[in-house]
Design a protein around this ligand. Structure first.
Ligand SMILES: Cc1cc2nc3c(=O)[nH]c(=O)nc-3n(C[C@H](O)[C@H](O)[C@H](O)COP(=O)(O)OP(=O)(O)OC[C@H]3O[C@@H](n4cnc5c(N)ncnc54)[C@H](O)[C@@H]3O)c2cc1C
Length: 323
């Protein structure tokens, strides 16, 4: 039977942003509810080695880190619910969120931490070799390719930035683009073309990633010439798919301001949306950094601001009651 859950603080999303908001919210006595969504623990659950989350000298595993974060959030008083929000009413407080199960959540304050998924090519071998040579994040995984050969797929700013970043680690970077011109800003293109470690393959679409996930991972990228149709192959140690991200914001379209790429617009330097009491944190509002630690940082900020909002709400209600 459908239930209505009332809470001071509802958090949508259970990645580093949502769980950090939950830890701070719970410790502030707000007894938060986290609706986990289809990917409990968020994107780090689909990776293996994490070497850049502070506090761990040795490499840790993404799923383990997220289990620990969830355990910490629960330990301090967070309620986790495995459901997905399918509709939202932001005319509150209270804000109302309807879940896939039919349950309804009513909250004095709302923290949106639904993340942004990397876009993938959808070609054979891509998912099989993901984390085994195929990646969508140079900042996260570039370090593992020291002295190796890598390819970057894409033609926009992200692809060019990733290619340039990877030259810090890799011996050689090949940018693969399906057209004969890049979309990236001119200054980035100039830096790319001037770089001695980077070469570009024009008019090439990726047809498949090949290799064995259990024996050495990615071996090669199979290509098709978009003009002649001719097939070719590039042997490589790593492939970075850099064709953009899709923020999980369809729920908020028409209800919150989104930028041209679909990210939630917040007041600069804060997690505050235009609606008082509604906060956004993590990758869903950050198209620049998109790291676990930045998601956790903005999750903390969202919870601190949410706590202040609830305190002001209580004060205003108290004043009304006395009048
Ligand atoms: C393969 C890979 C490797 C990575 N490696 C690293 C790394 O080594 N170091 C690093 O710092 N970063 C890494 N990242 C990036 C990092 O994972 C993200 O920056 C981080 O997870 C963002 O956290 P988030 O909480 O904002 O969103 P996410 O982790 O994306 O979590 C989003 C959450 O929202 C939930 N959700 C979405 N829609 C709904 C809905 N309608 N209702 C309820 N819940 C919903 C999802 O289920 C999920 O729990 C990696 C990413 C990938 C994909």
């Amino acid at each position: 039977m459908a239930t209505t859950h009332k809470t001071r603080m509802l958090i949508i999303g259970s990645g580093p942003a949502g769980l950090t908001a939950a830890i701070y919210g719970a410790r502030a006595g707000m007894e938060p509810i986290v609706v986990q969504g289809l990917q409990p623990g968020g994107q780090l659950t689909i990776t293996t080695d994490v070497e850049n989350y502070p506090g761990f000298r040795d490499v840790i595993q993404g799923p383990w880190l997220m289990q620990e974060m969830q355990a910490q959030a629960e330990h301090v008083g967070t309620r986790m619910i495995w459901d997905t929000i399918v509709d939202i009413d932001l005319s509150g407080p209270p804000f109302r969120a309807s879940a896939d199960s039919g349950d309804v959540f009513e909250a004095d304050t709302l923290v949106i931490a639904t993340g942004a998924q990397a876009k993938w090519l959808g070609v054979p071998g891509e998912q099989l070799l993901s984390g085994k040579g195929v990646s969508a994040c140079a900042t996260c995984d570039g370090f593992f390719y020291r002295g190796k050969k890598v390819v970057v797929i894409g033609g926009g700013n992200t692809a060019v930035e990733e290619a340039l970043y990877l030259t810090n680690h890799a011996e050689h970077v090949t940018l693969i683009h399906r057209r004969d011109a890049l979309r990236a800003e001119r200054i980035l293109q100039q830096r790319l073309h001037a770089h001695p470690k980077i070469s570009v393959l024009w008019n090439k679409a990726v047809a498949a990633f090949t290799g064995d996930p259990l024996a050495g991972g990615l071996k090669a990228v199979e290509l098709v010439d978009t003009v002649t149709g001719e097939g070719s192959r590039v042997e490589t140690d790593g492939a970075f798919v850099a064709i953009g991200h899709a923020p999980a914001t369809s729920l908020f379209a028409g209800k919150l301001e989104l930028d041209e790429s679909g990210y939630i617009v917040v007041q600069p330097g804060t997690p505050k949306t235009a609606i008082p009491g509604v906060f956004a944190c993590g990758d869903v509002m950050d198209h620049t950094y998109r790291q676990a630690v930045t998601a956790a940082g903005t999750g903390c900020m969202a919870a601190l601001d949410a706590e202040r909002f609830v305190a002001e709400l209580d004060f205003a209600v108290g004043q009304l009651t006395q009048a």
